[in-house]
Write a protein that binds this ligand. Structure first.
Ligand code: ATP
Ligand code: MG
Length: 363
């Protein structure tokens, strides 16, 4: 058995039959540990198996293989309504004909709590998510952000073991998305709730999570803290998904004990072996990845040259697209540094790479 997590998935696999009778493996041998009070995010492209994983934890879906274990007990056979793991959906899923108060009270009523307990607990939940004064409104009379706060209140009022979130912010506009994500995080930390959260938005995952689990095609491809995943993606897939990395073609010139020498745009550079994924050999064509913020323009020659294509002023920074070595790279240039003043489209520019931020992947 794995480590002693609060919620554990052990070798969980889920297959569906599509309309033509073919087998789709939605979740493929997933093992995952979530500690009590931890905020864990499943992140990955559409169709990678995030929702299916969440639905198996909730008990809405039964896995073909493997175990779901809560607090040391296998709960495979426990039906969804006995799991005390409310789910917050993208679509809010509120009862339209019930008021805010009645929506939040619904689960407590089913559990036959007294009127007084219900009144107190709902009032506390409303306070917690800033809904005071809106208790008598119907969902149709609320903004999207307010509706999602009702859904959150309806979940926390049950004092759940764990709350499951399936892309809860996708229907909100950009500003409300940031506000509501801060709200969810604040409530989760205040109440010490364990959270399993699904998104395909990297900034949501990076800002909210204690641990990010990256999925691709039903499998976990990397799990770790936001900082680790961001700085040390273990594959070009993760690098692309989480940091909008640039990918450059390079050739290995020499493999030394501590370093690998590669040729980039005809110039040799030294990469530490800790930045290399897997074993590479001399003459091998490889991919170098580097994040936009680890590249900059230089006012003195660096040995690397490109052609400035597009420059977009974003306030705190400027995003530059530069043609380099037959490909286009993105550079995030901090506007506290004035190098780009006076540069224009099609200018030849000197490029500096922060070498310690390179990651080297096999093709
Ligand atoms: N009930 C079902 N019947 C058949 N196939 C299904 C079913 N549910 C999911 N799938 C398939 O399983 C795979 C994983 O689906 P899932 O909904 O878990 O993805 P997801 O990561 O949540 O994607 P999205 O980001 O688009 O919500 C997909 O290929 C999907 O088509
Ligand atoms: Mg989904």
């Amino acid at each position: 058995m794995g480590s002693n997590g609060y919620l554990r998935l052990e070798h969980v696999t889920k297959q569906f039959h599509d309309g033509q009778g073919a087998v789709v493996t939605a979740v493929d041998d997933v093992s995952l540990t979530i500690r009590k009070g931890e905020f864990v995010t499943l992140l990955g492209p559409s169709g990678c198996g995030k929702t299916t994983t969440l639905r198996m934890v909730a008990g809405f879906e039964v896995q073909n293989e493997g175990d779901v274990i809560l607090d040391g007990k296998v709960i495979n056979d426990v039906p969804a309504f006995d799991r005390n793991m409310p789910m917050v959906f993208q679509s809010y899923a509120l009862f339209p004909h019930l008021t805010v108060f009645e929506n939040i009270a619904y689960g407590l009523k089913i559990k036959k709590f007294s009127k007084e307990v219900i009144r107190n607990d709902v009032a506390m939940a409303c306070q917690m998510v800033n809904l005071v004064g809106l208790e008598d409104r119907y969902p149709g009379e609320l903004s999207g952000g307010q509706q999602q706060r009702v859904a959150l209140a309806r979940a926390i009022v049950l004092k759940p073991d764990i709350i499951l979130f399936d892309e809860p912010l996708s229907n909100l506009d950009a500003k409300l998305r940031v506000q509501t994500r801060n709200e969810i995080k604040r409530v989760q930390q205040l109440l010490g709730i364990t959270a399993l959260y699904v998104t395909h938005d990297q900034s949501e995952a990076l800002s909210m999570s204690d641990k990010i689990v990256i999925m691709n095609r039903g499998k976990i491809v990397q799990a770790g803290s936001p900082v680790d995943i961001y700085n040390e993606p273990n594959s070009s897939f993760v690098a692309d998904f989480i940091g909008n990395a640039n990918f450059l073609d390079a050739v290995v010139e020499e493999v030394c004990e501590e370093t690998i020498i590669v040729s980039l745009q005809g110039k040799s550079i030294e990469i530490n072996v800790s930045q290399v994924d897997g074993k590479v050999f001399e003459g091998e064509e490889v991919i170098l990845s580097i994040k936009p913020e680890a590249i900059d323009l230089s006012d003195i020659p660096t040995g690397f040259q490109g052609r400035l294509d597009v420059s977009s002023f974003l306030g705190a920074s400027t995003e530059l697209t530069v043609e380099f070595d037959g490909t286009f790279i993105t550079i995030i240039h901090s506007n506290t540094n004035g190098i780009i003043h006076g540069m224009k489209m099609d200018d030849t520019v000197h490029i500096s790479f922060n070498l310690s931020f390179f990651r080297l992947y096999k093709k």
